[in-house]
Design a protein around this ligand. Structure first.
Ligand SMILES: *Cc1c(COP(=O)(O)O)cnc(C)c1O
Length: 345
């Protein structure tokens, strides 16, 4: 069994020999000239999957989100998102820095707000005092929400409200494939609801890097310009795109297995005396809080002694994320390590 059980994030995966082989075989060219056939293949494959006209390969999910916001806004416009949103919390204030836009934060149910909340928070464009609401951003699955999934019907209701007010919708789908697998949905179910969609290849899908922004031809042409401004134009990026193609082909269905393991862990956590609350587990993320008698540092240190690496997400709050490098044997070892935790270390 490999030494460390690393459940800090689903970004820690190592490319498998088969993925590396696909990368080695990639036909590449200068993508800034549009001449990398593997990048082009990945972009058109992803666009087709979601029934979108076009896609843009970006180095990170942060960049594809930031470009997604930028193409919908002008400085002084407003973005509506949940207070737990990655685009707000974990992208370095990029909405302000890159788009000059302000943010209206909604307090949702673990990151999921309602169409009614959106309606109540739209600023009308006939009042020049107000920042104009231009885009509503949704995150699915919600990272800070314990990997929970949105109800597609609520997104459809939000779509109706946004259409009424000519507001665009952006999807931060860093882990959208986890939601699709968990809810038996398809990429096309989402494609027609959002003007822009960002998906990550380097989370549960197991590629070493890469993200895609999907949208209309016109939106992606604009996005191309903004990717340049952010310094995100890469040259022989086909080696990375090949990993992304491999991931889309081979690593989607298997996400189910990560979800199963997370569910097993949830069951055990609910029976441990030092665990206070566990967010309902639906996909590969498990977020829980520790009893006040057990300090976060002590908990993480004791786990580390048992070869387990996990992450603190704020006060008394711990996150475990399952991914393709955690085996069943490692899950068993993790459960045993948790049973061995002592209150006073
Ligand atoms: C990881 C993640 C991103 C993108 O992160 P990068 O590290 O920039 O690729 C965006 N949104 C969510 C919800 C994420 O978890």
């Amino acid at each position: 069994m490999p030494q460390m059980i690393d459940v800090r994030s689903d970004t820690v995966t190592q490319p498998t020999p088969a993925m590396l082989e696909a990368m080695l075989q990639a036909q590449v060219g200068d993508d800034v000239f549009g001449e990398d056939q593997t990048v082009n293949e990945l972009q058109s494959k992803a666009a087709d999957l979601f029934a979108k006209e076009a896609a843009l390969f970006c180095p990170t999910g942060t960049m594809s989100n930031q470009i997604g916001i930028r193409v919908h806004t002008q400085p002084g416009d407003e973005v509506i998102c949940d207070e737990l949103a990655h685009i707000y919390l974990y992208e370095g204030g990029g909405i302000a820095a890159n788009s000059g836009a302000s943010v209206r934060l909604l307090k949702g149910d673990n990151g999921r707000f309602t169409a009614e909340q959106v309606r109540e928070n739209i600023n009308r464009r006939d009042d020049s005092h107000l920042p104009w609401t231009r885009v509503v951003a949704i995150e699915n699955t919600v990272n800070r929400g314990g990997g929970c999934c949105w109800d597609l019907r609520e997104i459809e209701h939000i779509r109706v409200v946004c259409r009424e007010h000519a507001i665009a919708m952006h999807l931060d789908g860093a882990r959208l494939f986890n939601a699709l697998v968990a809810r038996n949905e398809t990429p096309r179910d989402y494609g027609h609801l959002f003007e822009s969609i960002s998906i990550c290849l380097s989370k549960g899908l197991g590629a070493p890097a890469g993200s895609l922004l999907l949208g209309s031809r016109a939106l992606i042409d604009k996005a191309h310009r903004h990717r340049k401004l952010l310094g995100g134009g890469m040259r022989q990026a086909g080696y990375l795109a090949a990993a992304g193609l491999y991931a889309l082909e081979h690593n989607v269905k298997r996400l189910r297995d990560d979800h199963r393991k997370a569910k097993v862990l949830e069951g055990q956590l609910r029976s441990l005396p030092y665990v206070s609350t566990v967010l309902p587990v639906e996909t590969n993320i498990v977020i829980f809080t520790l009893d006040e008698r057990l300090a976060t540092d002590s908990f993480l240190q004791q786990l580390q002694h048992q070869q387990v690496r996990a992450l603190s997400m704020g006060r008394q709050t711990i996150r475990f994320v399952f991914h393709l490098d955690v085996s069943d044997a490692q899950l068993e070892a993790l459960l045993a390590a948790l049973r061995g935790i002592r209150l006073a270390a």
